[in-house]
Design a binder for this molecule. Structure first.
Ligand code: C5P
Length: 241
């Protein structure tokens, strides 16, 4: 089948009709802008199903997303969008590049959720960008920026609650938004242990891609455990039908 696009972790194929595409989730993992590469067995299955469950939950709460339905263990059907070339990062606690950039220990609770934007541009290494610079570059409109801020903070509130019920703390995560044909903004891409930091409540054990980035071991097990908690009592196999 002809590919429309192949990224580091996913392949996009044409959908059954105009306006829809199929997303296939690979086991390939990359970190540090592609400098570290490996396969994480079963990761594609986990990320597809975790993303599907989260998109459904968010849709139920009124957040517009690109998600249509699951097609198989590794594939979902989504609405075709034009991605806004920004990575929208929401942080509840210090970690990762925030801690490195400002020289603060990981795990400090931020006084309120922090929004950061990176310019999606592999050649430049996805640099941090001021919202004003994104506007100046014409990456999005002022109205879209406002809407993205509002949606990202709302999604944070919803996901923090969702994971707290599963004994996981949502430390930070990355979102991408896209424009439908008619220009409406929807949440796109994926939301998975590849794109979130999840810490076990109480112990702070990392249950996300940091296990791969930092060679902590138990990577596959952590991904499977996140899927298990997400699926617990929520979805059944008939969801593929
Ligand atoms: O690396 P950093 O601390 O900036 O990452 C913040 C959050 O955004 C993490 O949850 C990370 O997994 C996610 N992220 C991502 N894709 C990127 C950069 C960050 O999913 N390209």
């Amino acid at each position: 089948m002809e590919k429309l696009y192949e990224g580091k972790a996913k392949i996009i194929y044409p959908g059954p009709e105009a306006g829809l595409v199929r997303v296939y989730f690979k086991d390939d993992a990359t970190a540090f802008n592609g400098q570290k590469r490996a396969q994480i067995a079963g990761k594609g299955v986990v990320n597809n199903q975790v993303s599907a469950a989260l998109f459904r939950y968010l849709e139920d709460q009124g957040i517009p997303t690109h998600f249509v339905k699951l097609l198989s263990e590794r594939e979902m059907l989504v609405k075709k969008v034009h991605i806004v070339p920004l990575e929208v990062i929401v942080r509840n606690r210090t970690a990762g590049t925030f801690s490195r950039r400002y020289g603060v220990e990981e795990g400090r609770v931020l006084p309120k959720p922090l929004l950061e934007f990176s310019y999606k541009n592999d050649a430049l290494g996805d640099p941090l960008i001021y919202p004003e610079a994104a506007l100046a570059l014409g990456l999005l409109s002022e109205d879209e920026l406002e809407r993205i801020r509002e949606l990202a903070l709302w999604i944070n509130t919803l996901l923090k609650d969702y994971f707290a019920q599963r004994n996981l703390e949502l430390v930070d995560f990355k979102l991408e938004f896209g424009r439908l044909e008619d220009g409406r903004l929807v949440l796109a891409d994926e939301i998975s242990p590849d794109t979130m930091r999840l810490w076990e409540m109480g112990t702070g054990e990392k249950m996300d891609k940091d296990r791969f980035r930092r060679d902590l071991g138990g990577v596959e097990e952590a991904y499977q455990e996140v899927l298990r908690r997400v699926l617990a009592g929520v979805y059944t196999k008939s969801d593929y039908e």
